[in-house]
Design a protein. Structure first.
Length: 150
C-alpha cells in the first residue's frame, strides 16, 4: 500500500481531476490512500507543531516513511522506481509526507527513512501532489516494463 499524507486540501478542480486520474491509474498496481490534514495558519513554530500532531496520527511503526523535503536527495525517475521496488520487497506500506508552507516539523523529519526532493524549486503543495502521483505511476510502469512517455 502507498499512503500519501498531505498538509492542505485541493481547491482547484483541474488539480482534483488530475489527482483522480492518477489514483485510478495507480490503483491497477497497488492500494493508494491519500490523507489530507488541515493546513494551519499560525506563526511558524505553532503551525509546524499543530501539523506535526495531525500527521503523526496517520503514521504507523510499520510504515516506510519518505518525507518530501527541499533539502532531500534528488534522484532520477529510474532510481525512484528502483527505490519503490526495493522498499516494497521488505515493507508493505510506503508513506509519503508532503508538508505545508513551512515544510515539516523536525520530529517528522527524524522519523523519515528517506528524505526526497524533486527539485530545489518550491512548489505549491497542491500541484506537488500531482507531480508525486505522476512519478509513483511512472515508477510502476518502469518496474513492470510497460511503455510510458519519456
Amino acid at each position: 500500500m502507498i499512503k500519501i499524507i498531505c498538509v492542505g486540501k485541493i481547491k482547484e478542480k483541474y488539480l482534483e481531476d488530475a489527482i483522480q486520474e492518477y489514483e485510478k491509474r495507480i490503483g491497477k498496481y497497488c492500494k493508494l490512500e491519500i490523507i489530507e490534514v488541515k493546513d494551519e495558519a499560525f506563526d511558524e513554530v505553532k503551525t509546524l507543531l499543530k501539523e506535526r500532531d495531525s500527521i503523526i496520527k496517520y503514521i504507523s511503526d510499520k510504515d516506510y516513511i519518505i518525507t518530501m523535503e527541499i533539502e532531500g536527495n534528488q534522484i532520477s525517475s529510474e532510481e525512484f522506481a528502483s527505490k519503490i521496488d526495493s522498499i516494497q520487497t521488505n515493507n508493505s506500506n510506503i508513506t509519503f509526507i508532503i508538508g505545508g508552507s513551512y515544510g515539516l516539523h523536525p520530529d517528522i523529519k527524524e522519523r523519515s527513512n528517506c528524505k526526497l526532493s524533486f527539485s530545489k524549486m518550491t512548489f505549491p503543495h497542491q500541484l506537488f501532489r500531482v507531480v508525486l502521483l505522476e512519478q509513483i505511476y511512472r515508477a510502476f510502469k518502469i518496474n513492470n516494463n510497460e511503455t510510458y512517455h519519456k
